[in-house]
Design a protein around this ligand. Structure first.
Ligand code: BGC
Length: 451
């Protein structure tokens, strides 16, 4: 790749400090719009739950649906912020499951719950409370039900959008003879992650997922949630808000982003998600490579067959290519060979690693700006500590990503960055559903939200 082509790419994907400032400003504006139900790209969905107290106890079942892995967990809450080890059943969802119908998708979930009960020897008639993590945008009116507003992350199953997913689950559980299971809490994965961390850490008031999809939630004062004013007025206390930040659309996009968006299953939606999350990073890199090939800048102008295939580059390929510091980029060669691409030159490989780095750095800097925006929305001068529970394959595994997020926050905020602590909270979304199933009953008893 020529220096000129590289410089153009760097320029297109750069997120300068000035742009970060603009992103933060627009984020605050969009958050305010969402909180008062004005049209905008951030939906700011109330969860009708506050953070757990840490004293919740008992045995709960949790379901975690959000990507191609579906998990059923049995979780024992000991109280004092302690979760005893969870028993887990992992099930793989195939494309045909996530693009089928409501009946098929929820029957799959209910069958998995039944399998788990049999495996764990749970008597079929014992009453058991379940927390359901459903990692898609939900419009809720209480903590135990909610309508799907839009599918994301390639899910398209029909008959679910606009419907209460807790009711769909209950129906499917009944069909499996599981009338003893009560769906006590329905939550987003960010809310689960926040619950899991804040169960033992009161400084945690933000949770972020950067994985297949991306999103965040935070703890908001009830009197600032204008969309709930008619119902709760100026009541004291706080409630978790699912921002659905993947849909943020006030970002500078490139022609590659536009191309990816128009070929996606949800065009014009989830614009930030399509620039940041694991489902799409590989595809952006592929589109850049194909463009450079067409200009004769890569692979001698001849596209390898594997690169012509949409979505053929995955997060793990990009990660391996970025991590490779060897002089002849033998790691990149290995990753390319894994894709069935041979015959690359060291110059090609160097350029490919650079492309992956440029695309992932943009994602990390946008994520850093969004995290700063949420923290400063809660606490404008960052005067107290905010722990951000953070999870997801991109944050955890993409080479250099988490370091870049932390470095960007530090450079941008200087000394104040010390009050934002990013804490990796692995698999919190499942345990968090159990915690919220326990907490929902307590929060209802306390009648915090006036029902
Ligand atoms: C969904 C969010 C979810 C995020 C992370 C997005 O596609 O809209 O609800 O929290 O993915 O899983």
């Amino acid at each position: 790749m020529t220096k000129r082509a590289l410089a153009a790419l760097e320029r297109d994907f750069a997120v300068s400090d000035r742009e970060m400032k603009a992103i933060i400003r627009r984020f605050h504006r969009e958050m305010d719009r969402g909180l008062s139900l004005r049209p905008g790209s951030l939906k700011m969905l109330p969860a009708y739950l506050d953070r757990p107290a840490g004293s919740e106890k008992g045995r709960f079942i949790a379901l975690d649906l959000g990507g191609t892995n579906f998990r059923v967990l049995g979780v024992d809450l000991i109280g004092h912020g302690i979760i005893s080890s969870a028993h887990v059943l992992k099930c793989v969802l195939h494309k045909k499951d996530i693009t089928s119908t409501d009946k098929k998708l929820f029957a799959f979930l209910a069958r998995s719950v039944k399998k788990f009960f049999i495996k764990e020897g749970i008597p079929p008639l014992s009453r058991i409370n379940l927390g359901f993590t459903f990692s898609f945008p939900l419009e809720q009116e209480d903590a135990a039900s909610g309508r799907l507003t839009a599918w994301t992350k390639g899910f398209t199953a029909s008959g679910v959008k606009g419907h209460d997913v807790a009711a769909l689950l209950k129906e499917a559980l009944l069909d499996e003879g599981l009338s003893n299971v009560k769906v006590s809490a329905l939550i987003n994965d960010t809310v689960g992650t926040l619950a899991a961390r804040s169960y033992s850490d009161r400084s945690c008031d933000i949770a972020v997922i950067i994985g297949t999809g991306c999103n965040a939630c935070y703890v908001e004062k009830i009197f600032r949630i204008k969309r709930l004013a008619g119902r709760f007025g100026l009541r004291p206390g706080s409630m978790i808000i699912n921002i659905e930040w993947g849909n943020f659309n006030k970002l500078k996009t490139t022609r590659y982003d536009k191309k990816l968006d128009s070929a996606s299953s949800n065009p014009r939606r989830q614009i930030m998600e399509k620039m940041v999350s694991g489902l799409y990073l590989g595809e952006i890199c592929r589109l850049v490579m194909m463009d450079l090939i067409s200009c004769g800048e890569l692979f001698g102008g001849k596209a390898p067959k594997a690169l012509k295939k949409t979505m053929s580059l995955k997060g793990e390929h990009i990660s391996a290519m970025i991590a490779d510091g060897s002089p002849d980029r033998s790691g990149v060669r290995r990753a390319l060979r894994g894709l069935g691409i041979s015959g690359s030159t060291p110059t090609d490989r160097k350029a490919i690693a650079r492309i992956c780095k440029i695309v992932s750095t943009r994602a990390a800097r946008i994520s850093a700006a969004a995290i700063i925006a949420v923290a400063t929305k809660i606490d404008g001068s960052l005067s107290v500590k905010h722990t951000v529970a953070i999870d997801g394959s991109v944050y955890e595994k993409l080479s250099g990503f988490s370091d870049c997020v932390k470095k960007t926050i530090k450079e941008f905020l200087g000394g104040k960055a010390g009050n934002i602590r990013l804490a990796l909270t692995k698999d919190g979304s499942g345990a968090g559903a159990a915690i919220m199933a326990a907490s929902a009953a307590r929060q209802k008893m306390e009648d915090r939200y006036g029902r």
